[in-house]
Design a protein around this ligand. Structure first.
Ligand code: C2O
Length: 583
């Protein structure tokens, strides 16, 4: 950018030197030079439609955006505005969520179905308008309705503003790497079946890298994703875990990663040979073409933290391919396969997450106004008497459920929470979401069966504008402990500590990093452990917080914050757009 500004100045100078040039032209050129510093507005059309997609030898009528799988990449600069018109030509209700975009005052554009908007009905449309403010790096967008995000997702790349640059040497190439999860079935049918039976949904049949499962699956090696690199260059990979239900390890044979960002916030660089991403999380890494020219597998497979639960244990691969002269010979040989951590290698996950630090000292909220303690985990509902056995196919004739502080979240079905709040529609939700669990117990121990059944409710937690919030997210061992990727809409937060077992407010305070904790929008809460997050509630609206394993949202592992307006227009939610879908 510096160079291009200089170029333009050179052009202008040379024009001044040319006596035949018109004054008008100079003004035009000056204006265009100045406009470089001004944010842009990007217009996009997203047509949600059924598209034939062939994977694992079989063609499905998958729901896509613009016929693309994965969907289009949105590339913007920090400060730019996006205007995305979504037209629904599919046979399902749909909404699109811009995962990690703060949506300051524009909650109407956030996207979660029945939280900030009613779904876009088949044949309907809705235009999402929002501005990227103070975020740089990688985010993504995805459907936030049923399990449509299995195929409806894409990358959002946020470059530095004009005139500013990366806090690292500009990479030669940049490649988005979207990790996905594929069912050899219609994902909407998979979740509907699970909801009907109360059992866990069928596991997936493949993972994908940029939509392709890769060489280790049937009928797939022709289309394996190729990631180019040249000897000596340093490239940026923007890795996104878009899988529905599976935290994933990600690695490349013989190559090290320098981790430089996560969830569109920069990090203090560090090197590692493997990273782990929970669904919803992104990680930006630099790789160098410092190995013998040839082909190396890029691989992703499950990090499985639960006990005795079936999971998809297959491995997705792409190929890192050197472009140098030596390659043709080498390229006929099989790519080098990396070593992957064991499926249950929690120690590797812990070592990785503990390495994440902000680049410098950050402003962590200290005097906390809201001290919240949330238990997160699964549950089992005893089957109601009038239910047939085929609807009670969870363990021992139960139905699976999940909750936060013993409340299993129920989404409204005929209005969105944000609408109900702004239009003062009574009877849709209550604001009595508990600040702590109703009973204290050994959360990560052997939990009494009497604590397995949460209550259902649409309970919100009210926050005053500007309040400083701390949340301890405590996993429970109910049914099974599990690493839950907890995602908060509308905010980034600092992850100031994490650990195993039960959080202890007395002894664990000493572990808090109030100097350089990482900033994220999704925290992978350690299995049978806890994480502590902090943020300032400076974005008014209704913001859902949920586990980003879609199966757990289905079961109710969610809650929502109602953040009140502050003083004046700039601290208030904007009025709803005229085309906001109604129910
Ligand atoms: Cu990417 Cu509500 O989530």
């Amino acid at each position: 950018m510096q160079a291009s500004l200089r170029d333009q100045m050179e052009v202008i100078k040379s024009i001044f030197a040319d006596r035949h040039c018109s004054f008008f032209l100079v003004v035009m050129l000056l204006a265009s030079t100045l406009s470089l510093a001004i944010a842009e507005i990007h217009h996009h059309d997203f047509v949600v439609q059924a598209t034939k997609v062939k994977r694992l030898c079989k063609t499905h009528n998958s729901i896509t955006v613009n016929g693309m799988f994965p969907g289009p990449t949105l590339e913007v600069k920090n400060g730019d505005t996006l205007v995305v018109k979504v037209v629904n030509k599919a046979r399902y209700n749909v909404t699109i969520h811009w995962h990690g975009v703060r949506q300051i005052r524009t909650g109407w554009a956030d996207g979660p179905e029945f939280v900030t908007q009613c779904p876009i009905r088949p044949g309907g449309s809705y235009t999402y308008r929002f501005t990227i403010e103070g975020q740089e790096g990688t985010l993504w967008w995805h459907a936030h309705s049923s399990w449509l995000r299995a195929t409806v997702y894409g990358a959002i790349i946020i470059l530095p503003r004009e005139g500013s640059s990366y806090p690292f040497t500009k990479p030669k190439r940049e490649t988005p790497i979207l990790l996905g999860e594929w069912w050899d079935a219609n994902p909407v049918d998979v979740v509907r079946e699970a909801t009907r039976t109360g059992a866990a949904p069928n596991i997936s049949d493949a993972y994908t890298i940029n939509g392709q499962p890769g060489d280790l699956y049937n009928c797939s090696s022709e289309d394996t994703t190729i990631v180019p690199i040249a000897s000596g260059e340093t490239n940026l990979l923007r890795v996104i875990n878009a899988a529905l239900n599976q935290p994933l390890f990600f690695t490349i044979a013989n190559h090290k990663f320098t981790v430089i960002g996560a969830d569109a916030s920069y990090l203090k660089p560090f090197t590692t040979s493997v990273i782990m991403l929970g669904p919803g999380q992104t990680t930006d890494v630099l790789i160098s073409g410092d190995q013998l020219p040839g082909r190396y597998y890029i691989a992703a497979r499950a990090y499985q933290s639960t006990q005795n639960a079936p999971f998809d244990n297959t491995t997705a691969t792409a190929i890192l391919e050197y472009k140098s002269a030596l390659c043709p010979a080498k390229c006929t040989t099989k790519p080098v396969m990396p070593r992957l951590p064991a499926y249950n290698d929690t120690a590797t996950v812990t070592a990785f997450t503990r390495s994440l630090r902000s680049p410098r000292k950050v402003d962590v909220p200290t005097d906390i106004d809201e001290n919240l303690f949330f238990t997160i985990g699964l549950g089992l509902n005893n089957c109601p008497k009038n239910f047939r056995a085929r609807r009670c196919q969870g363990p021992n004739g139960t139905r699976f459920t999940a909750s936060i502080n013993n409340v299993s979240f129920v989404f409204p079905s005929n209005i969105a929470l944000l609408q109900a709040y702004r239009q003062k529609v009574p009877g849709i939700y209550t604001t009595d979401f508990p600040a702590k669990p109703p009973v204290k117990f050994d959360y990560t121990g052997n939990v009494s069966r009497s604590l397995f059944q949460p209550v259902r409710g649409t309970k919100l937690y009210k926050l005053k504008y500007g309040s400083r919030v701390q949340i301890v997210l405590q996993d429970t061992s109910i049914v099974t402990p599990e690493n839950h990727p907890m995602h908060l809409h509308g905010y980034d937060f600092y992850v100031i500590a994490e650990g195993f077992g039960n959080f202890n407010p007395k002894t664990h305070k000493s572990k808090f990093n109030l100097v350089d904790p990482p900033m994220r929008n999704t925290v992978a809460v350690p299995t049978n452990g806890w994480a502590v997050i902090r943020f300032v509630a400076d974005n008014p609206g209704v913001w859902i917080m949920h586990c980003h394993l879609d199966v757990h949202i289905t079961w109710g592992l969610a809650m929502a914050f109602l953040v009140e307006d502050g003083i004046g227009e700039l601290q208030s939610v904007e009025p709803p757009p005229a085309d906001l879908p109604i129910c």
